[in-house]
Write a new protein. Structure first.
Ligand code: 13P
Ligand code: SF4
Length: 340
């Protein structure tokens, strides 16, 4: 029997969400509108032996209504590897769906977004990587998971925001080319210096349009009002923001930091979806400041999920050329090798 939820129960879960735009806030009436769709998705999902993986940035009604697994890119790639379902609905962005398909060639992977880009993944293609490899011979090419399958296929090791520093430290080659995120590349250089690790690190120039918005002025402003606030940022923020932060890590690590930190006020410098999750999961801790929306992640909706379960279009299917898939698989496997 598929699980069902009532509007009252959904409202009890979501009513603590405050930070962020009005789209992130929930009344009982809004929950009454959402619940029929949630219950229908859960029934269809069970009929089809499908599983829904959701990134923390998507809407709370997806996370708390229909998702089977929620997490950061690293955790979701592990979940994608472990699932026994026939069908994976990846509620996030295209590169995450591609990662699931790379790891599960025998499964059907569907993406419900209407805007499936990402300013990092869209910034570089396979030809550009091939040219860079000619320009930087002898370098190990490390790609962030926020890249397309064809870009991963041209690189040596994949990393996520949860493991980039540890993986790069373990690579025996001292010459590293990191792509595509400039901010993460610069943060990587700073972190290797802090750890006393000698590496010659070059990086590409792309940015995440959500995280590049944050600056130290916002931090100073919030700190003047809340002197005990903990500043928590994602490594896609610039090095100045990260240097003023009490903690820098993946969205999953940011959540763990908030769970364990001995503090009651936090400024989370990342997308609003994570802030919403934190407000649901830690109602006794307070989020201050604001957050920013990622239009790509927010183009996931319950309506789109139901539609791709019932009538997927070619745009919703993740289909990869087998040679590209195998090469990209090697790059992701290297990450698992380094992370154990
Ligand atoms: P995480 O892997 O930290 O969840 O990051 C994904 C992402 O797209 C951040 O903008
Ligand atoms: Fe890409 Fe930035 Fe959106 Fe993450 S928040 S999916 S990096 S555009």
């Amino acid at each position: 029997m598929a699980k069902t939820i009532t509007a009252q129960k959904l409202y009890e879960t979501l009513h603590t969400i405050r930070v962020g735009a009005a789209v992130c806030q929930y009344s009982l009436k809004k929950c009454e509108e959402l619940v029929p769709l949630i219950n229908e998705i859960n029934a269809v999902k069970e009929e089809q032996n499908a599983v829904i993986l959701a990134h923390s940035y998507v809407a709370p009604e997806i996370i708390y209504g229909v998702a089977d697994f929620v997490g950061d890119s690293y955790v979701l790639s592990k979940n994608a590897m472990d699932t026994t379902a026939n069908k994976i609905i990846f509620s996030a962005v295209r590169f995450m769906g591609e990662t699931a398909q790379i790891l599960n060639p025998e499964k059907e992977v569907l993406i419900p977004t209407t805007e499936d880009g990402c300013t990092l993944a869209d910034a570089i293609n396979a030809n550009q990587v091939r040219e860079l490899r000619q320009q930087f011979p002898g370098y190990t090419f490390v790609c962030y998971i926020n890249t397309t399958a064809e870009v991963k296929a041209e690189c040596d090791v994949c990393v996520t925001s949860a493991n980039v520093h540890d993986v790069v430290q373990k690579i025996s080659n001292n010459k590293i080319y990191f792509l595509p995120d400039k901010m993460m590349g610069q943060n990587l250089i700073e972190e290797m210096k802090r750890r006393g690790v000698q590496k010659d690190i070059k990086h590409f120039t792309a940015t995440c349009y959500v995280h590049e918005e944050y600056d130290e002025e916002q931090i100073f402003k919030v700190k003047s009002e809340y002197p005990n606030v903990k500043i928590v940022s994602h490594p896609e923020c610039n090095t100045t923001v990260c240097s003023h932060s009490d903690f820098v890590g993946s969205t999953g690590q940011m959540l763990d930091y908030m769970r364990t930190a001995d503090a009651s006020e936090f400024l989370m410098l990342t997308e609003c979806g994570l802030s919403s999750r934190l407000e649901v999961e830690f109602p006794d801790k307070k989020l201050v400041g604001s957050c920013t929306l990622c239009k790509y992640m927010k183009s996931n909706s319950l309506e789109n999920i139901l539609r791709v379960l019932r009538n997927p279009t070619d745009q919703n299917r993740v289909i990869l050329d087998e040679t590209t898939r195998q090469k990209a698989h090697k790059c992701i496997e290297m990450m698992f090798k380094y992370t154990g």
